[in-house]
Design a protein around this ligand. Sequence first.
Ligand code: SF4
Length: 304
Amino acid sequence: MSLAIKNKNKYLYAIRVKLESAVYRHVLLRNGYLGLRQMLLLQQFHGFASGDMLFKKIFIETISYCNNNCAFCPASTAVGMKEPQHRMSERLYEKIIKELEDMAYPGSVAFHGNNEPFLDNRLAEWIAYARRHLKNNFFYLYTNGLAADITTINALFEKGINKVIINNYDDTHRLTPSLVELVRQEVFLKGETVIYYRRKNEYKGNRAGQSPNAEGELTVPLRFVCVRPFAEIVVGYDGTVPLCCADGLWKSVVGNVSETSISEVWFSPALKRVRDSLVKRDRSRLVACKFCDAVSFLHLKGNV
Ligand code: SF4
């Protein structure tokens, strides 16, 4: 059992949210901040830059839908872009897992994307299936916790997930009722669980220009690298592979793994062109990147 609770101090977190928001909304501060991030990123970028390495994590969206309405998220129910009936077929899911097994994929498997994974009642059994084929991979997911209870979470641990990360989205910095109950029962948790206090109205970048609370679009594409297309692959419910996890509305689709193999998509000329542009810090011809204010390198830290 292990339960960690992060961002617990309401006042410190409020200051952090305000600071981040201020930095992103002010051009000079934002460029200075992103430039600093890029300097840190470039030190670790060389191994990725060739693009001949396999991804380090795969996100699988077994359903497309979310049940929350966060101001920053393109999957918010307030935006209404995602359909509840969109579910991945079992055949496609098994194809993905078997391909990962065949390629001896060593990285992490995330059972979420721009969706709420706990709304999929097949999740525990599907994780069990994945664990039978991918014995040593790190499995995890992010959830908003609204549909989570200790029985559901423990079922995932029993089937093979390694870590459950819960973002508690609440603008008053209170735990949602389901999580109050979970904390009360923490001694019964069967695996590593982390709860983050988060705000529904926080601003942490514009997510490929798709965040509903982004203020205006970038008028000039940023000249920064981004590591995501070198390190991660996202698979949607119907096999669609958007450029990265920030592209929640699938504005830049680079392939579909229901039609081709994962490695064909990953090493495709389309993705190579994207990577070549990003290495040159040229986002101007990339539909999602053009309006994105991300300089991402968090993927290089640990398993998640
Ligand atoms: S720049 Fe933005 S849209 Fe482009 S790959 Fe990075 S995170 Fe995704």
